[in-house]
Design a protein. Structure first.
Length: 127
């Protein structure tokens, strides 16, 4: 007999789904994948989930509460060298920490929070 196991839904799951929904609402393709499926990412971030939108040449990464934002510095430079953009989404309460950790890296930051049972997004910011 097989037993179905349902994993709990995380904040990364909810934010990733909301980001993909934004792309779909603009009739734009976006694919969710592990970062290592898109670039030769450092081992420490290879399993991080990313949303890749080829039309806009942008990769969006949602960090959980335990991830170090500075782990994405090398990824930002690799993508920049390939003429791709990186947007890092962090919970609004971690936005200041992400600004400090990623200062000078070629990427944008975007805060997110829950409101009315949905995910809301702040504007894009440069660290």
């Amino acid at each position: 007999m097989a037993v179905a196991v349902q994993e709990p839904i995380t904040s990364v799951d909810l934010v990733t789904e909301a980001v993909v929904d934004v792309y779909r609402s603009h009739i734009e393709d976006a694919t969710e994948m592990a970062l290592a499926e898109f670039i030769d990412a450092p081992r420490s971030v290879g399993a991080v989930r990313a949303i890749v939108a080829p039309k806009g040449r942008i990769v969006e990464v949602v960090l959980d509460d335990d991830s170090d934002p500075d782990s994405l510095i090398d990824v930002a430079w690799v993508l920049d060298n390939r003429a791709w953009k990186l947007n890092v989404l962090v919970g609004l309460e971690r936005l200041g920490e992400a600004h400090t950790a990623l200062r000078g890296a070629p990427l944008t930051l975007q805060g997110w929070w829950y409101e009315d049972e949905g995910v809301r997004f702040a504007g894009f910011e440069r660290p």
